[in-house]
Design a protein around this ligand. Structure first.
Ligand code: FAD
Length: 353
């Protein structure tokens, strides 16, 4: 009550915990199906927020086959995983979903007023009338360096798969890893960072041949250092590594970047009481709703008789789930089906014509 009085007087709540973001819909996962879910919700005038553990959208399409061609998207004879994600983002943009990246939805609880309270690993909370779980094969999270206590340097001296590299300008940087992402990051830092060292556990890479050739050429020129070994200790200023012949080598640095791969983890979703079947959420095939009213599951995360883990199936599921949500968001209102071809209201929403 006191909190309400303070709010009424415009002086803000006593607690410093930010109030939950109230929303009609929360989409968990910005993979292809989560993005299309937001589009379908937008057409039905249901505003939504989207949360993803990754720093950007696209899910498996970008993480697992970004540059590979994909041929079975309706009406798109050929695109790439990344191209599909970009098209979906472009398509949904006029409907203005609000993205929250680099945070995993960790908790989901029903409130007394039937809304759903969700909390993320970054401390963001949402109070949502409807929830759409589009979590695919789980949240994509960067593999961590296995050294006790190293997490205390995250965000200051230690960075996993950073998107922007400008902050490393003028610094001595060690990049740990041996795949495309590690090599591309090391190469991108050359000429910007003061010193770049690529560290990998062996002198062999799981990366594109052209990247490896470029990396070896730069090492030969002296523009890039290469060290073989495994991290053994880190104090924020010096990385100690153990070499394959059991020597200890020290690498002084300003920043350590680790690109050790990104892998999906189902994580806390297993504790949301959704009766998972082999790590998937059972749904009905009329509304794609779980056994929790207002909690829908679409895309690779769901299961039902005849389920196929294909993007086109996820698009269909997302469409019917959005329509099912209208009964919760607009109770008692008959929502008419409108065509994007002819509806002036939809044209308004899409910012066309
Ligand atoms: P995902 O793409 O897995 O996206 C889920 C997103 O949710 C991820 O970004 C993840 O980080 C996020 N997430 C999960 N849990 C949380 C959480 N708790 N909090 C925050 N974020 C979370 N399908 C086709 O139709 N045609 C093809 O040709 C094709 N080729 C493929 C090739 C390969 C190599 C692979 C691996 C798959 C292929 N697929 C193909 C399958 C297709 O990629 C999947 O069906 C599709 O990606 C599923 O989309 P989604 O949005 O359900 O899940």
């Amino acid at each position: 009550m006191e909190r309400q009085d303070r709010q009424d007087r415009g002086v803000g709540p006593l607690s410093t915990t930010p109030a939950p973001i109230e929303t009609e819909a929360l989409v968990i996962g910005a993979g292809p199906v989560g993005l299309f879910q937001a589009f379908q919700l937008g057409l039905l005038e249901i505003p939504c927020h989207i949360v993803d553990a990754l720093p950007s959208a696209g899910g498996q399409c970008v993480q697992l086959y970004g540059d590979k061609p994909i041929y079975d998207i309706p009406g798109v004879p050929a695109t790439s995983g990344r191209g599909l994600a970009e098209s979906l983002l472009q398509q949904v943009a006029p409907l203005k979903p609000q993205f929250h990246f680099e945070q995993q939805v960790a908790t989901l609880e029903r409130q007394a007023d039937q809304r759903l309270l969700l909390g993320t690993t970054a401390g963001t909370t949402f109070l949502a009338k409807t929830v759409f779980i589009a979590a695919g094969v789980g949240a994509f999270v960067a593999k961590r360096i296995a050294l006790e206590g190293i997490q205390r340097f995250e965000g200051t001296k230690l960075f996993y798969h950073p998107e922007a590299l400008e902050r490393f300008d003028g610094q001595a940087v060690v990049v740990n890893g041996g795949d495309d992402a590690a090599l591309a990051t090391a190469l991108a830092l050359i000429g910007k960072a003061r010193q770049v060292t690529l560290l990998h556990r062996r002198d062999g890479f799981q990366a594109d041949d052209a990247l490896v050739a470029r990396m070896r050429a730069l090492v030969a020129e002296g523009a890039l250092n290469f060290a073989v070994g495994q991290p053994a200790a880190f104090d924020g200023q010096v990385l100690q590594i153990t070499t394959p012949d059991a020597r200890t080598v020290t690498l002084p640095l300003d920043a350590l970047i680790a690109c050790l791969g990104i892998s999906p983890r189902l994580g806390p979703m297993a504790d949301w009481g959704l009766d998972l079947v082999r790590k998937q959420v059972p749904v009905d095939t009329e509304r794609f709703q779980t056994h929790e009213a207002g909690v829908f599951a679409v895309g690779d995360i769901n299961t039902y008789p005849g389920k196929k883990k294909l993007i086109v199936c996820g698009f269909h599921e997302a469409t019917l789930a959005a329509w099912a949500a209208t009964a919760i968001v607009f109770p008692g209102k008959a929502v008419p089906l409108q065509y994007t071809t002819t509806s002036t209201r939809l044209h308004q929403l899409l910012g066309v014509g």
